[in-house]
Ligand binder design. Sequence first.
Ligand code: AMP
Length: 293
Amino acid sequence: MEIINRRQRMGSVARKIRRDQDRTIGLVPTMGALHEGHLSLVREARRMCDVVVVSVFVNPTQFGPSEDYEHYPRDLTKDTALLTDYNVDYIFAPAAEEIYPKDFCTYVNVGGLSKPLEGATRPGHFRGVATVVAILLNTVRPDFAFFGQKDAQQAVVIKRMVRDLAFETEIVVLPTVREDSGLAISSRNLYLNAEEQESAAVIHRGLKQAKELYKKGERHAAKIEEIVRTTIESEPRARVDYVSVVDAESLERLEKLDERPLLIAVAAYVGKTRLIDNVLLNKVKKDAPASKG
Ligand code: AMP
């Protein structure tokens, strides 16, 4: 395994793999502080691709001025040890100036999809995400790039960017990995103390109840949002930022629900830590392989 810090070196290594060796490349973009969620993406990348690149980059442009950029957990030594065990070929870990030189001025804005949900509380967040992912995709030119359903809106934004700007990478979105309690694993869970960790499991309980309600026939978004909100806020340490039932592709909020793919997205504070989670309803099933004869 090689750790690459320079964008130019990453680009030339990837070019050589594609040209001389004709092998497929999988990219797993991360901000480090790796956990089981990230590792599930790495495992799938390893299974699907000949060469696996994991990027570790705490991207300054996706953090708001009062957010946790400075304090975000960083431990490249530990991340490197983990990725060695997973047989990763390259870690791309550039410094911020390597990605954003002094006179950097080009940003990618994925229109309306960046505005609701996380975008409403975190203006500029998805501009930062889309911009850095565009740079990573252009540097590595992977055949596949792997993202987690945990960050549902991010996955939708990236898929749309890739389609609209004709990137040649296929985006693979993998299920949310959870603790036994149901809490979605996240690098920010490190901010939670033991009691808060326990309390935070209420978020997933709220989402599961919403799913049940929908299965039983409830089709009013407001009713479903209310059950998630009251369940979460029954926990004194938790406070909901938003709960919203939206079209899983356009992210438009719906009043009356139907049978299309739907996303129930939540952001909630547990103590001072802001966590996000979601569930999908009416997931699009992958096409079954064509049967012969
Ligand atoms: P991050 O380092 O938080 O930017 O996450 C890097 C990638 O890992 C993103 O595509 C996330 O959606 C994904 N990810 C983070 N947590 C999880 C999780 N619990 N399950 C699945 N994927 C995850």
